[in-house]
Design a binder for this molecule. Structure first.
Ligand SMILES: Nc1nc2c(c(=O)[nH]1)N[C@H]1C(S)=C(S)[C@@H](COP(=O)(O)OP(=O)(O)OC[C@H]3O[C@@H](n4cnc5c(N)ncnc54)[C@H](O)[C@@H]3O)O[C@H]1N2
Ligand code: MOO
Ligand SMILES: [Mg+2]
Length: 682
């Protein structure tokens, strides 16, 4: 039997503050018989939020970007906040989240309510689909909520079946990307979809056709949590191919894409570990004549010599041990007995040491036997040299590695000028130096990525479209485009509209619930056609970061660098997080904040320590200092000398200020040692 997962969101100031108890969840689950074994309805989750738009949107965004997108909630019911009082904002919160409004449910509920009471005219329900969930807003009063749900209950299973099952491929194709953000295109061989059939439905969203006074005054993009944004990025990154490259210094930092086994043994011959004399252990200590030819590493031209019993052979470290010999005695444990008349050669030597068979001999393959695994797919070639040395010792001259993403960085904005030696002197009025592009290029290059400087593009639609078309052609080498500016609500903030309306890219998110970085946009664009071979069918990744310089840098670290590391198959794509003790109070923002900070280890802070960063012998807490009080997104001074971002929660009724001494999570962007030198506490 089909079953449907239900989530109920209670929107109520009084229930959320504990001034009253919710009854609607109980009444609705009674109607749905969610506990009955023969019922199709299962209550998966329920939550209470105050009558606040962002709180409502946060829960719904979370529920519809569930961890497992293949197993979403089928039905989301909200109760409350649909009336006319100033605090009633549920329809305003839910409507922008809907990818497909379903006014039929709304009409059916209103008709049923109006048949009971004319007061139903005061209710403002909305209904529709977001991703794979049907969302219906019910009134707050339990009785009215039950009446409304009853009015539409019989048609919901059919709607859900259509949504999830019948012709589900087509449905999912349409719903993967919300209507206003949907891409148009084709299906590549490797399954990327971008459906041209939905072309007409995108027309409504061509806001740039609207005269300016009629442009939307609210962003249609929900503010999704940072973790949901990261999940969407990971979900939509393309797989990069592999390539064979020579074994040399350029291999450092690359990720091996094959399992390598030793093609030859190391050592390839029995080699001496010491400088001394090859012996037969059975001969024991005593005085022995030397064979005339010593074994010196690298000097053997022909076959390995043979050592007769009762003889010894001088041998150097790394030289082949003669056949017959089964140990090497170090020169220190021997003494000269006789030499040639000219004193140039030893003729007899006394062995003062009892050797064990095998002593001081590296047998063939004793370091690395043939066929032994040496490097496996996913391992990184480090700068320590060990992996390069290993490959060299095995005579391996080229290896298969994952291709690294090529990143194109550009700035957008008519106010920007490129700073160079020729642009010294006062700036023309209204112009500013483009600081984002050089800063981002430096950051990305220092993380080991190949970066192409794509310059500045104006805020004009025509220029933006032409620029994107050039750099997303199948033949363009750029895998990832990173821009700054033009993503907020200004009349010249055209990036999102250019991406969807002109390029037919798919915007996976258009705002994030964070500070700084709220207007960050992540989209992908498919190029090539299904008729082309796989190589020509490429998915381009586009990060459109906010223009404010600190927002651009913070979002580059939080979103772009982990994504590039993922594409390059590098391990640990995310920056590490640590816990630290906050050293002063911080007032929380209404958005979760990534607060620029300096994190020091105990010894960095210890004025008597001459060696900052040394680990102390007892576990000491890390100390976290806000970089500056003023952390405005335009103020780069707030990021200077920082090595971490404090992960601050949004302000809530319970907590508005973090107190000194509290434990706080920090994303470490730089090593602990690098920050301390420029920072004086107090
Ligand atoms: N009505 C609203 N206005 C704004 C909102 C909002 O939600 N509603 N969000 C604010 C937030 S938060 C941010 S962040 C910014 C993002 O702005 P944009 O991405 O649209 O960027 P621009 O408008 O092009 O520029 C913003 C700011 O940054 C300077 N800038 C831009 N590019 C560079 C560069 N390459 N180098 C140095 N400085 C740059 C630009 O001159 C502006 O001062 O929007 C808020 N507004
Ligand atoms: O989100 Mo914006 O990046 O705070 O200034
Ligand atoms: Mg703007």
């Amino acid at each position: 039997m089909n079953s449907y997962k239900v989530g109920i969101l209670v929107v109520s100031d009084s229930v959320s503050r504990g001034r009253s108890t919710d009854q609607s969840v109980g009444e609705l689950t009674k109607l749905l018989k969610t506990d009955a074994p023969d019922s199709v309805w299962r209550l998966s989750t329920s939550q209470v939020v105050p009558d606040e738009k962002e709180a409502i949107q946060r829960v719904i965004a979370n529920w519809t970007y569930a961890e497992d997108p293949t197993n979403p909630l089928d039905l989301i019911l909200t109760t409350g906040g649909t009336g006319l009082s100033p605090r009633d904002v549920t329809p305003e919160a839910v409507a922008p989240l809907l990818h497909k409004p379903c006014p039929g449910f709304t009409t059916a509920m209103l008709n049923a309510s109006l048949a009971i009471t004319p007061m139903a005219t005061l209710s403002r329900p909305v209904s529709g689909i977001r991703s794979r969930s049907l969302i219906i807003t019910l009134p707050g009063k339990p009785k009215a909520a039950v009446e409304n749900l009853n009015a539409v209950l019989t048609s919901i299973p059919h709607a859900l079946d259509l949504l999830r099952g019948h012709d589900s491929r087509q449905l999912h194709r349409q719903l993967d990307s919300p209507a206003p953000f949907r891409a148009l295109g084709h299906t590549c061989r490797h399954g990327h979809h971008h459906d041209r059939s939905s072309e007409t439905s995108n027309k409504d969203d061509n806001h740039h056709d609207l005269p300016l006074p009629l442009r939307p005054r609210e962003s249609p993009y929900p503010m999704i949590p940072v973790q949901a944004a990261k999940q969407l990025i990971s979900q939509h990154l393309p797989q990069l191919s592999t390539e064979k490259i020579p074994v040399n210094a350029d291999l450092v930092g690359r990720v091996i894409a094959q399992n390598l086994t030793a093609p030859v043994p190391v050592p390839a011959y029995r080699a001496s570990i010491v400088d001394g004399y090859a012996v037969h252990t059975k001969d024991g200590p005593g005085t022995y004549p030397l064979t005339t030819v010593p074994s010196v590493a690298g000097s053997l031209v022909n076959a390995t010599p043979h050592l007769e019993p009762g003889h010894i052979m001088r041998i150097s470290t790394g030289a082949p041990v003669p056949h017959g010999a089964d140990a090497v005695v170090m020169v220190e444990y021997t003494s000269l007995v006789t030499s040639t008349a000219d004193h140039h050669e030893e003729t007899t030597v006394r062995i003062d040491y009892t050797s064990q068979p095998g002593e001081n001999i590296r047998e063939v393959g004793s370091d690395i036997p043939v066929g032994h695994p040496v490097l496996s797919s996913g391992q990184v070639i480090s700068s320590l040299g060990a992996e390069l040395g290993l490959l060299g010792s095995l005579g391996i001259t080229q290896v298969s590695v994952y291709r690294q993403p090529v990143v194109g960085v550009f700035s957008t904005g008519c106010e920007l000028i490129t700073t160079s030696a020729d642009t010294t002197g006062p700036l023309p009025p209204g112009k500013i130096h483009d600081s984002n592009r050089p800063a981002l290029i430096a950051v990305l290059q220092n993380h080991g990525f190949k970066v192409v400087d794509l310059g500045i593009v104006s805020d004009e639609r025509r220029d933006l479209v032409q620029f994107f078309q050039t750099h997303t052609q199948v033949s363009s080498p750029v895998d990832v485009l990173v821009s700054t500016g033009g993503v907020s609500m200004g009349e010249k903030d055209l990036l999102k509209s250019v991406l969807t309306d002109d390029l037919r890219a798919t915007i996976h998110f258009g705002r994030v619930f964070m500070k700084p970085g709220k207007p960050t946009v992540f989209s992908t664009l498919e190029t090539g056609s299904s008729a082309d071979d796989d190589h020509d069918c490429r998915r381009r990744v586009i990060f459109s970061l906010p223009g404010n310089p600190v927002s651009a840098l913070v979002t580059c670290h939080l979103f772009v660098i982990p994504a590039l590391r993922r594409m390059a198959h590098l391990p640990n794509p995310e920056f590490p997080t640590v816990m630290a003790k906050l050293q002063h109070s911080i007032t929380l923002d209404t958005r979760p904040e990534y607060h620029r900070a300096i994190v020091l280890s105990y010894t960095d802070h210890d004025q008597n320590s001459s060696t900052p960063g040394l680990t102390v012998s007892h576990p000491a807490p890390l100390l976290a200092y806000s970089a500056t009080a003023d952390q405005r997104s335009s103020r780069l001074l707030s990021f200077v000398h920082c090595n971490g971002l404090l992960v601050l929660p949004a302000k809530s009724n319970e907590q508005a200020v973090l107190q000194p001494g509290c434990d706080i999570q920090v994303i470490l962007l730089e090593s602990l040692v690098d920050a301390g030198h420029h920072f004086t506490t107090g």
